[in-house]
Design a protein around this ligand. Structure first.
Ligand code: AMP
Ligand code: ZN
Length: 448
């Protein structure tokens, strides 16, 4: 890492279908990592690939009068929409595999020249695992066992050894209109080589952090690591970070098991994007997350608690002495050190609720100073640059002078026990999506 600049590579989607919320668990974990690094003052360059050429895509377009690009476009668009909806920071580069064929061919040629890859009769190219003694270290594999194993991959052609994997796949009839004419012959790249070629193009041969889900460790990342280090002779990455799976009923959520929820499906059930985000965010990335709608409801309540607390602080007194300086700085430190400890997000969120509890119990007895309010609100805003679920700007801005006057009129009506008038004004706000709540410190408002 140079000059507080972190280079981050995160494996992106295969765009043959809509992404499911299991995929988004991985992307939100990566978003948490990136946002925390930004919060700590690092510059972050993130690269996320789009796998837009792969067996599943070729299968999907076979026999149809459509190109791979035409087929994948709608899934790419939907992926970017979903990133926006979930408030996920965009990567600096989203390279598509189909736009980087020359870079992949070049890397494969280096491996061929070094004798670490070989060509087969059908014009495919394989990585020769026996020529790379480091193979298997990342995933802790027993290479002897793999040798004997009878795993059959669908990308097997005529490889020398079972464990060898395809860098380039020679053209076959069933590939239809999907091929590139290159120095390697007519064909298409294997999946793993895209991440090796694109990461070195945008981040250099050696970079800081490489992320993905645990299912990426083998074979994808093991193969990426072998290809890159064998080709460049340099150390590939400093840190690998893999997030555990999102599961439903004890099984990994995946397209192949057909047990997946798309983001749209959950939104259609009436849940907010912020609650879905918090649900995917708030379990430590090394733990499995069992998805339930109960958890989304709890997240919704938790967000509401923080937002209501934030708004309730707007009733303060100018001329009283601040008392929360210590509490704020210790909450800040704890929040920071929880996240610094391998992204302990549940611990970090816990500190926020402890602070809210303490301030609220104080508020039952007395008023709060203007300085305390602005310090607490500033801290909560900073926290939300990471959580990104409260979106205070939307909460704090937007009331017109007329609306503020109307809230005052309602308070006056309530003082005079004119409940009909008070309800009438509350309903006017409800229609506009603004909820008025009456508490010990007066009326607060939040957006629905
Ligand atoms: P794919 O589109 O299958 O290549 O997956 C894209 C990313 O989502 C990869 O980083 C996967 O490891 C991750 N992923 C897939 N399924 C899940 C799941 N159920 N839970 C968490 N991450 C997942
Ligand atoms: Zn990858």
């Amino acid at each position: 890492m140079d000059n507080k600049h972190v280079k981050l590579y995160t494996c992106g989607p295969t765009v043959y279908n809509f992404a499911h919320i299991g995929n988004f668990r991985a992307y939100i974990f990566e978003d948490l990592l990136k946002r925390f690094l930004l919060y700590k003052g690092y510059k972050v360059t993130q690269v996320m690939n789009l796998t837009d050429i792969e067996d599943k895509i070729i299968n999907a377009i076979r026999g149809k009068n459509i190109t791979a690009n035409e087929y994948t476009q709608k899934y790419k668009d939907s992926f970017f929409n979903d990133l926006d909806t979930l408030g996920i920071h965009k990567a600096e580069v989203f390279p598509a595999a189909t736009e980087h064929i020359p870079e992949m061919v070049k890397m494969i040629q280096v491996l061929l020249n070094k004798g670490i890859a070989y060509k087969t009769e059908d014009d495919s190219v394989y990585f020769k695992v026996s020529a790379y003694p480091e193979y298997g270290k990342l995933a802790n594999l027993n290479i002897e066992e793999m040798q004997k194993g009878n795993r059959v991959e669908n990308d097997e052609y005529e490889k020398e050894e079972l464990r060898d994997f395809a860098l380039w796949k020679g053209y076959k009839e069933e590939d239809g209109n999907v091929f590139w004419e290159t120095e390697l012959g007519k064909g298409r790249p294997g999946w793993h080589i895209e991440c090796s070629a694109m990461s070195s193009k945008y981040l250099g041969n050696h970079f800081d952090i490489h992320c993905g889900g645990v299912d990426n460790i083998f074979p994808h990342h093991e193969n990426e690591l072998a290809q890159s280090q064998a080709a460049t002779g340099e150390k590939f990455v400093n840190y690998w970070m893999h997030c555990e799976h999102l599961i439903v009923d004890g099984k990994k959520m995946s397209k192949s098991l057909n047990n997946f929820y798309s983001l749209q499906y959950i939104l259609d059930q009436g849940y907010t994007p912020e609650a879905i985000r918090l649900t995917l965010l708030s379990t430590h990335y090394k733990q499995k997350l069992n998805f339930t709608f109960e958890k989304v409801k709890t997240s919704e309540k938790n967000i509401r608690r923080i937002k209501d607390f934030y708004s309730s602080l707007n009733n303060f007194e100018e001329h009283i002495v601040p008392v929360f300086e210590k509490l704020i700085s210790s909450t800040h430190n704890k929040f920071d050190s929880f996240l610094s400890d391998d992204l302990n997000i549940s611990g970090a969120i816990g500190t926020i609720f402890n602070m809210i509890k303490e301030v609220n119990s104080y508020l039952k007895k007395g008023k709060i100073s203007k300085k305390d309010v602005s310090d607490i609100q500033e801290f909560l805003r900073k926290v939300d640059t990471i959580l990104n679920v409260c979106k205070y700007d939307e909460v704090a801005e937007g009331l017109t002078d007329e609306e503020i006057k109307l809230i005052e009129e309602r308070s006056f009506a309530r003082k005079n026990k004119n409940w009909a008038e008070s309800d009438r004004i509350r309903d006017i706000f409800l229609e506009k999506g603004i909820i008025l709540k009456d508490g010990p410190n007066g009326t607060i408002w939040t957006k629905k």
